[in-house]
Write a protein that binds this ligand. Structure first.
Ligand SMILES: *[C@@H]1O[C@H](CO)[C@@H](O)[C@H](O)[C@H]1NC(C)=O
Ligand SMILES: *[C@@H]1O[C@H](CO)[C@@H](O)[C@H](O)[C@H]1NC(C)=O
Length: 488
């Protein structure tokens, strides 16, 4: 609260909204944003449509649109299956990323029958044929989803199919992989929030593999059971899992399953802050310095009486061995030995993708999910629900990070990380109605923050130094983009 007290606050009506640009088409729910710096386009996935906007000024009227709705027949079939025709039986675009030099790749829920498509980025039109989406996209628009295209392979994590099974999958790849379902539950009712590729092979002296990290909230395993057995407890905890990019799957029961899957618990040291809302990373390309900022809210039980949030910082180095759970036991708690392919190109066992502590081309998988990665909060906010965050690494400044945080009431909070503290320097109201901000993207080139919301897309300048009309105000604001020249 004291941090908030010192922040500059700009409600929608104030002159701070100068320089703000807006876009709204006929579609609702502008939840997917993809910034293509090279072409200067901001690509947007909404409900029943895709848009290509001019990143310089999203409201300049030069946008292109691809309508992509589920047909009335699909919608009524969805309704017959017991789904809500007001919320669930539309085509909610959930994924939009660059596939290759010429094409984008997109997936939509398509009235509970997910479809995906490669889109010609230049022409910006849907192709004549679609790909089956059930391995790649959730059926339910409300389920957490995160996905990446890495060297042409699609890495997605969500709750798949009609039964909503949580899973981390790789598809569109010669070796399609997934996590193990019953009887060993690698994931327990998981809701995914974020994923990131860490190109650790580049910085590694020993030729370690690149890794993909997944952040999610899941049901806690029963205390002390030391196993991934399906828990009936309603207690949910935040976790990070990782897989190695070069994983080719195992043998026998691990065929087409990840052999490099590890997970650990993320702890932000204030009691009851367990629900992970958003994660952003800095320098994900440079393993030694990658830091994750994670936003937490209170557990559901506590939220009935109080809405509060906190941000914790985690270093990737800490997320590596020996913190990780490297073995996974069977239901009965006994260690189980399973074969892995030999030779294993990219050889991918724990905790670095290369170590194979158990030689004999076998790995023991342990269910012990008691590995913890600790951090203490950088900032806490009372009366604010964080939903997502993005980082803006500013070259040439020492450990300075800008993270705009968005709250459920349509306010963006801009924070600067200085050493071991985080200071909220600005609060800007971007939406009139109370609605959740669904996505944030930062462009250093355009000096803009793009906000995806149910009612449209908003573009804000990363800073507006002219708001500060005295040296005192300017310096006190601690905005790394602003400075004061007494002579001018
Ligand atoms: C949803 O289903 C109800 C009941 O069948 C129907 O009356 C209504 O028109 C449908 N709404 C939409 C938007 O399709
Ligand atoms: C990109 O991918 C699409 C769809 O798979 C394919 O048709 C196209 O030829 C690819 N383009 C290049 C340059 O590889």
């Amino acid at each position: 609260a004291s941090e908030l007290g010192s922040a500059h606050s700009f409600p929608l009506s104030s002159r701070a909204s100068l320089g703000t640009r807006r876009f709204k088409g006929r579609a609702p729910d502008y939840s997917i944003l993809l910034l293509e710096e090279a072409s200067g386009r901001l690509l947007v996935g909404a409900r029943g449509a895709l848009f290509s906007l001019n990143a310089l000024d999203i409201g300049d009227g030069t946008h292109k649109e691809i309508p992509w709705e589920a047909s009335p027949e699909m919608q009524s079939k969805c309704h017959q299956k017991g789904k809500n025709n007001q919320t669930e039986c539309f085509n909610h675009v959930r994924f939009l990323q660059r596939l290759n030099a010429t094409h984008l790749y997109t997936c939509g829920t398509h009235a509970f029958q997910p479809l995906c498509a490669a889109i010609d980025a230049e022409a910006f039109t849907l192709p004549t044929s679609f790909e089956e989406g059930k391995e790649k996209c959730p059926y339910d628009p409300a389920h957490g989803f995160t996905g990446l295209i890495i060297d042409g392979g699609l890495y997605t994590a969500t709750r798949y199919e009609f039964r909503s099974i949580p899973d981390i999958r790789r598809s569109r790849h010669p070796y399609s992989l997934r996590t193990e379902e019953a009887p060993m539950h690698w994931l327990n009712d998981a809701e995914f929030v974020f994923s990131v590729l860490a190109r650790e092979s580049e910085a590694s002296a020993v030729g370690d593999d690149d890794k993909v990290y997944y952040f999610f909230t899941e049901r806690a395993a029963e205390e002390g059971s030391g196993s991934f057995t399906q828990s009936r407890s309603s207690h949910r905890v935040a976790r990070v899992a990782r897989v190695c990019k070069g994983d080719l799957g195992g043998k026998k029961i691990l065929q087409k399953k990840w052999t490099s899957f590890l997970k650990a618990r993320l702890i932000c040291h204030i009691p009851q802050y367990e629900t992970l809302r958003g994660v952003c990373s800095l320098d994900a390309g440079n393993s030694a310095h990658t830091r994750f900022y994670a936003a937490f809210t209170l557990t559901t039980q506590c939220r009935k009486t109080l809405e509060a949030s906190a941000v914790c910082r985690y270093d990737l180095a800490e997320v590596q061995a020996p913190t990780w759970s490297t073995r996974m036991a069977s239901d009965a708690g006994a260690a189980m030995t399973v074969g892995v392919p030999e030779p294993r190109p990219g050889s991918l066992l724990t905790p670095s993708c290369l170590d194979d502590p158990l030689s004999q081309n076998s790995v023991t998988i342990n269910v012990d999910a008691s590995m913890n990665i600790h951090s203490w909060p950088l900032v806490t906010m009372i009366l604010g629900l964080l939903w997502g965050l993005r980082a803006d690494p500013i070259a040439g400044l020492i450990s300075l990070t800008l993270c705009p945080f968005n709250a459920s009431d349509g306010w963006i909070h801009k924070a600067v990380v200085l050493g071991s503290g985080m200071h909220i320097i600005e609060e800007i109201q971007v939406l009139r109605e109370p609605q959740s901000v669904e996505n944030l993207v930062i462009s250093l080139t355009q000096h803009s923050l793009y906000v995806g919301a149910p009612s449209g897309v908003i573009q804000l300048p990363l800073s507006s130094c002219s708001r500060y009309d005295s040296c005192y105000d300017c310096i006190l604001a601690r905005d790394p983009y602003c400075g004061w020249d007494p002579s001018t």
